[in-house]
Design a protein around this ligand. Structure first.
Ligand code: HMG
Ligand code: MG
Length: 349
C-alpha cells in the first residue's frame, strides 16, 4: 500500500515543475508539513564514547540545542552503568540542564530499577516551584533474539513483559512512554530481519501504552525499499503511520535517503544527532545517527518545517565533535561552518 503511494508520488514528481514538487512533497495526501526532530545526541550520540564526557559538556549540549529550536531532546539513560558507563551521570544532567516549556526531554529506561531512580528524582521537593525535568521515558526492545540478549540480557518476550510493567507504572506516574525497536532491517548477529515481526512488536508496544514507536536501523544497513517494507509491515499490523518514527544510523551512508523516503511515505518524526554522533555499544561497527544538519537542510529544501535553526545546529555539531575529540561527520554541518568562516573573513577585509 505504502509502496504504491510512494511509487505514485515519485512518478508524479517527474512530470511536475520544481516548485510544485516541493509543495506536493510537503502536502501530499493532506499530510502536515511539520517534521518533528527528536534530537538524540546527548544519549545515542554520546553513549558509545569510551572517554567519559564531562557532565557540564552534556548539560551545555542540551542547553544549546534548546536555543537551536529543538522541541524534543533525549537527555540520557537510566540504564545500568556497568553496561553503559557513559550514561551514569544522567541524574545529574537532567537536574542541571535548562528546562524549557514546550520541550520534551525523554530518557531511556530499561527496567523497574531505572524507573525507580527516575521517579525518586522527580518526586523531590526541589520541583515544587519549578517544572520537572522530564515527563517522558523511552523504552527499548529489538526485533531479533540475539540483539535483545546483547543489549538487555533477556529474550524478546521477557523484554516485552518487563517493558509492559515499566510502561504501566510510568503512565500511572503521569509519564508519557515512547518505544524503540532496534535492528528493524538488519541485525549484526542474525542478518536479515522479518519485517512482519517488527510490525507485531510495534503493535505490542502501542498496545502496552507507548504513544509512538521509533523504528531503529541500529546497524545503519537498511536501504529505502527495506525501510518502506518495515513501514508497510507496521501499517499492515495496525500501527498508524502517525505513531511511527524513523531512527536511522548512517553506517553505510543510507541514513538521509532512508529518512527522506520515510518522510515522503508519511512519517512525521525523525530521530537524528548533531554532528552525526552516535552508535550503539551492542552493535559492533555501527556508526552515528544520521546528522540533524543534513536532515534539516534536506527537509527545509523540500518545503517541510522543523522549527530548527540550521546554522545553530551546525555550530553545535561542530562544537560537540571538537569537544569529544571527533571529526565532525556532518557534511552539511561542515559546509555551513566553512561558509560562515569565509563570510567572516571577507567581512574583516
Ligand atoms: P542485567 O545485568 O541483566 O541486570 O542487565 P541485573 O538486574 O542483573 O543487574 C546487574 C547490575 O546492574 C546490578 O548491580 C543492578 O543493580 C544494576 P549490582 O548488584 O551488580 O551492583 N542495574 C542498574 N543500575 C542502574 N540502573 C538500572 C539498572 N538495572 C540494573 N536501570 C539491563 C539488564 C537491562 C539493566 C542492562 O542490560 C542494561 O542496562 N542495558 C542497557 C543497554 C543500553 O543502554 N544500550 C543502548 C541503548 S539502546 C540503543 O542504543 C538503540 C536505540 O538507539 C535505537 C536503535 O538505534 O536501534 C534506542
Ligand atoms: Mg540508535
Amino acid at each position: 500500500m505504502l509502496r504504491q503511494s510512494l511509487r505514485r508520488l515519485v512518478a508524479d514528481q517527474r512530470g511536475t515543475a520544481c516548485s510544485q514538487i516541493r509543495r506536493g512533497l510537503a502536502t501530499v495526501a493532506g499530510q502536515r508539513n511539520f517534521v518533528k526532530i527528536v534530537e538524540v545526541s546527548p544519549r545515542d550520540g554520546l553513549q558509545n564514547e569510551k572517554a567519559i564526557v564531562p557532565t557540564e559538556t552534556k548539560v551545555k549540549l542540551v542547553n544549546w540545542l534548546l536555543k537551536a529550536g529543538v522541541s524534543v531532546v533525549e537527555a540520557g539513560s537510566f540504564v545500568s552503568p556497568k553496561w553503559v558507563p557513559q550514561m551514569a551521570d544522567t541524574p545529574q544532567v537532567i537536574q542541571e540542564m535548562q528546562i524549557k516549556s514546550g520541550v520534551s526531554y525523554p530518557v531511556l529506561v530499561p527496567n523497574a530499577k531505572g524507573l525507580d531512580t527516575l521517579l525518586s528524582i522527580l518526586s523531590s521537593d526541589s520541583w515544587a516551584t519549578r517544572q520537572k525535568p522530564t515527563d517522558e521515558i523511552a523504552i527499548f526492545t529489538a526485533a531479533t533474539e540475539s540483539f535483545t540478549k546483547a543489549n538487555t540480557n533477556c529474550t524478546i518476550a521477557e523484554s516485552l513483559e518487563r517493558l509492559s510493567q515499566v510502561t504501566q507504572r510510568a503512565r500511572d506516574n503521569q509519564l508519557k512512554v515512547r518505544g524503540y525497536i532496534s535492528v528493524v532491517a538488519g541485525c549484526p548477529y542474525e542478518g536479515a530481519v522479518d519485517a512482519k515481526r517488527v510490525g507485531q512488536i510495534a503493535k505490542e508496544l502501542l498496545q502496552m501504552g507507548c504513544y509512538e514507536v521509533s523504528l531503529g536501523d541500529t546497524v545503519g544497513v537498511a536501504t529505502p525499499p527495506e525501510m518502506i517494507a518495515v513501514l508497510d509491515a507496521c501499517v499492515q499490523a495496525g500501527v498508524p503511520v502517525d505513531a511511527l518514527a524513523a531512527h536511522c544510523h548512517d553506517t553505510f551512508g543510507m541514513g538521509l535517503a532512508n529518512v527522506l523516503t520515510m518522510v515522503r511515505a508519511g512519517v512525521r518524526t525523525v530521530d537524528s544527532s548533531v554532528g552525526g554522533l552516535g552508535g550503539c555499544p551492542y552493535s559492533p561497527g555501527a556508526t552515528g545517527n544520521i546528522d540533524t544538519e543534513s536532515v534539516v537542510y534536506a527537509l527545509h529544501k523540500e518545503g517541510y518545517e522543523t522549527g530548527i535553526d540550521l546554522s545553530e545546529a551546525a555550530r553545535i555539531g561542530d562544537w560537540i565533535s571538537n569537544a569529544i575529540g571527533r571529526l565532525n561527520s556532518s557534511n552539511a554541518g561542515r559546509a555551513i561552518i566553512a561558509r560562515e568562516r569565509l563570510q567572516k573573513e571577507k567581512a574583516k577585509l
